[in-house]
Design a protein around this ligand. Structure first.
Ligand SMILES: Cc1cc2nc3c(=O)[nH]c(=O)nc-3n(C[C@H](O)[C@H](O)[C@H](O)COP(=O)(O)OP(=O)(O)OC[C@H]3O[C@@H](n4cnc5c(N)ncnc54)[C@H](O)[C@@H]3O)c2cc1C
Length: 405
């Protein structure tokens, strides 16, 4: 699938994850005359966040009404189901239940219901304890929300299909091509990479966990910085998969919406439990032991890191216990599925979340896009960016057309 990196093109898209490929696809479809090339660091496409996540097509329940996440998730989910159907990619509207296990969570559940309705989440309904048991016979809770439009998909296959569309439209994709330097050279951007130099009239950067570094290299503000959080999963042993029919989620804390162990059926039939969320020693810390000096220095030298830690150290300790002790991790999940025992699970894969952290210590929640000369940068694209990829691509292409005109 990979070709030689081109020496010149109209638009270079840096990053061959689901977003970079979706953006390249959208640009190729809008401007068939333009030459588009994708430059990806790894040998394969979609190897980072795109290939290491929960695989859930979110319906848009959680997000603040009016935010980019809310707008782009609801539209993106609808388009993604249609795309998967058209391309024969595995996906399933299996539905999800969000479960409140005690009364202290009810106010937050009310707020989620309000947000979900404001965002136009299809089919969202409140359910009681019997309703939860009907949908998920092994789960318990006192109140809940059912989102029948939430589902699962094979995101790596989606990314590869986007890549196929780019190539069919005449675009090129070069892998093993790490971008190392960016400068403006008259009427073009000079992008130096591990396989030479590409001169592009414009560029869109979708570099996930490395987004801040490339943005700063292109002249952008260092705020926000990416801080990597490792998310490890367990999986149910095959004979215990019957404990979960579809997707079981906790009521999230609105200040830390990405936290909370969930139980999710995966498109390949496995049932995942997780993920944990532990600040990591590398932006590619798929192994816990992987530590990169530059990544650690970047995290520790950022004032936002210390401000975040001062605020959230208690939560950090809970997450640490989930990561260190399987029994604590399983206990957190057993709040929702009480029959779950440590013997029912085995270790699975880990992903690394590219979390943008502001200088003031706030975890940036919404999608963030910014500009430098001749370039547009995706600075924060956490979950549900895989779900929203087609809608984000449309948004980015529209912004790019305005900025590059
Ligand atoms: C644990 C976890 C669970 C998640 N669960 C879900 C979910 O259920 N549903 C959902 O919608 N989303 C989920 N997400 C979020 C989703 O996976 C991401 O939002 C999405 O994959 C982002 O895509 P991306 O293309 O921006 O990033 P990535 O897939 O990380 O791609 C970025 C690419 O840029 C490349 N790159 C970086 N630097 C350079 C360089 N210098 N030169 C060239 N290339 C470079 C990288 O190699 C990489 O391929 C989850 C994420 C994690 C981590």
């Amino acid at each position: 699938m990979s070709s030689e990196p081109v020496e010149q093109c109209d638009v270079a898209v840096v990053g061959g994850g689901i977003l970079g490929l979706a953006v390249a696809r959208e640009l190729s479809a809008r401007r068939p005359q333009a030459s588009i090339c994708v430059l990806e660091r790894e040998r394969e496409l979609g190897t980072h966040q795109t290939g290491h996540n929960s695989g859930v097509i979110h319906a848009g329940v959680y997000y603040v009404p009016g935010s980019l996440k809310a707008q782009l998730c609801v539209a993106g989910a609808r388009e993604l189901y249609e795309y998967c159907e058209r391309k024969g990619i595995a996906s399933e509207r299996c539905g999800k239940v969000i479960v409140a296990t005690d009364r202290s969570e009810l106010e937050r559940l009310d707020e989620l219901e309000r947000r979900g309705r404001a965002n136009g989440v299809p089919g969202l309904r409140r359910i009681d304890a019997d309703g939860i048991a009907e949908l998920e016979p092994h789960a318990t809770g006192i109140d809940g929300l059912h989102s029948p439009g939430t589902g699962i998909a094979d995101f790596p296959a989606v990314a590869l299909a986007y890549a196929g569309d780019v190539q069919e439209a005449g675009g090129s994709i070069a892998t093993g091509c790490e971008v190392r330097g960016i400068s403006v050279n008259g009427r073009a951007l000079r992008i130096s990479h591990s396989r030479g130099v590409t001169e592009a009239r414009n560029a869109v950067f979708c570099a996930g966990a490395w987004a801040d570094r490339l943005a700063v290299e292109a002249g952008a503000d260092p705020d926000p910085r990416i801080v990597p959080f490792r998310g490890a999963y367990l999986r149910l042993r095959p004979e215990r998969r019957g404990l979960v029919r579809s997707l079981i989620y906790p009521v999230p804390d609105p200040s830390l919406p990405f936290l909370g162990v969930h139980l999710t059926k995966h498109i390949d039939g496995e049932v995942l439990v997780g993920p944990t969320a532990l600040m990591a020693g590398a932006r590619d810390a798929y192994r816990l032991s992987r530590v990169r000096r530059r990544d650690v220095t970047d995290t520790l030298a950022w004032p936002g890191t210390w401000r975040m830690l001062a605020r959230w150290w208690r939560t950090g300790i809970t997450e640490l216990s989930h990561a260190a002790m399987r029994s604590a991790f399983v206990r957190a999940a057993a709040r929702y599925v009480p029959e779950l025992r440590s013997e029912d699970v085995e270790p699975s894969f880990a992903g690394v979340r590219a979390q943008a952290l502001a200088r003031d210590g706030k975890l940036v929640d919404d999608f963030v896009f910014s500009h430098t000369e001749r370039a547009l940068h995706v600075r924060n694209a956490p979950s549900p960016a895989a779900t929203s990829s087609l809608a984000i691509a449309r948004y980015v292409a529209h912004e790019a057309e305005r900025a590059f005109a």
